[in-house]
Design a protein around this ligand. Structure first.
Ligand code: PMV
Length: 316
């Protein structure tokens, strides 16, 4: 085993969450200014130790912790490399807030897989990376679409359809997003299960909602290609209406979304699973985004980030 490190980014779902679980497309983007790094240092005493914000201790004890998904992935990787007994220190440094719909778990898995492959001097194809990250995501989410892992491992905005290879999608150079945190943990597993149960109980009402989200995603892609931010904003609002009808918005999210619209946002919606977590607002430019960011802080957001679309084309 060699000294190694792997990196990944925060992700934001622009549009398409929940419907993407049922085969509709989604658009998501890596936020390259919010990074996560996994560093592996071999140990000669056989101890397998992990240091991260939400778990500190041995790999063995991690099986019953919030880190269980990543621990399971790590064991599978060690088995794959024939190194079950190999000692190491794994350190995870993250600027991503956990459980906020920014892809913290997928970003951790991505960086860990990259670091392990580097530690064993093995080239890693992107499709292989996505197969590995699905292991921990499945344990955490139940029925993950794979969108999180695809985006936290990408450098460009992604057009994603479940069970298809994701591909990069071009963004306009103007336009800016404000991302705001309600301060309340999102609940991906519960939210995905809530939508599933609504679908089962009232398919005739809820299937069209998912289809409407899919349609909004396709229109959003056209708006992005045409540099039409007003149309893009309208699609974000449509998606939010449908997500609220599916029961995954909350009063805290609704309050921030309303505050952003009042402050001039072209559109605003929750991002990620909902039931807490973050929302996004679309602004015409960086200055308009700053005004919206201020309004969101005043409305109670616990953290605010800005993402100018021009960033999507920049190299890291
Ligand atoms: O809350 P997050 O960032 O893990 O996003 C979940 C996105 C969903 O569409 C709700 C689920 C999925 O697996 O795509």
């Amino acid at each position: 085993m060699l000294n190694a490190s792997g990196e990944s980014f925060a992700k934001i779902i622009l549009i398409g969450e929940h419907a993407v679980v049922y085969g509709q497309p989604a658009i998501a983007l890596p936020v390259k200014t919010i990074r996560l790094t996994a560093t592996i240092t071999p140990r000669t005493d056989g101890q397998q130790l992990i240091t991260s914000t939400f778990y500190r201790g041995s790999l063995q004890a991690a099986a019953t912790s919030a880190f269980a998904g990543i621990a399971h992935l790590l064991r599978a990787l060690l088995t794959f490399f024939g190194a079950r007994q190999q000692g190491f220190d794994l350190k995870i440094t993250s600027a991503l807030p956990p459980e906020r719909g920014m892809g913290s778990s997928a970003a951790t898995a991505t960086a860990v897989v990259r670091a392990m492959y580097q530690a064993f001097a093995t080239p890693l194809a992107h499709a292989t990376l996505l197969r590995w990250t699905a292991i921990s995501e499945k344990l955490l989410h139940g029925n993950p679409s794979g969108l999180d892992a695809a985006t936290t491992s990408a450098t460009r905005p992604q057009w994603f359809v479940r069970n298809q290879a994701p591909h990069a999608i071009a963004f306009p150079t103007n336009g800016s997003l404000v991302i705001a945190d309600t301060g309340i943990p999102g609940q991906t597993k519960a939210a995905v299960a809530a939508v599933a149960s609504r679908l089962q109980q009232a398919p005739a009402t809820n299937q069209p909602r998912l289809a409407a989200i899919g349609q909004a995603v396709r229109q959003a892609a056209l708006a992005l290609a045409a540099d039409d931010l007003v149309k893009l904003g309208a699609q974000l609002n449509t998606a939010q209406t449908q997500l609220a009808a599916l029961g995954v918005s909350t009063p805290a999210l609704d309050r921030l979304i309303q505050a952003a619209r009042t402050a001039g946002a072209l559109g605003a919606k929750l991002t990620g699973s909902g039931l807490g977590g973050c929302m996004i607002a679309l602004a015409t430019d960086h200055t308009a985004a700053e005004t919206i960011a201020q309004a969101l802080t005043q409305a109670g957001a616990t953290a605010v980030w800005q993402y100018d679309f021009v960033q999507s084309e920049e190299q890291q």
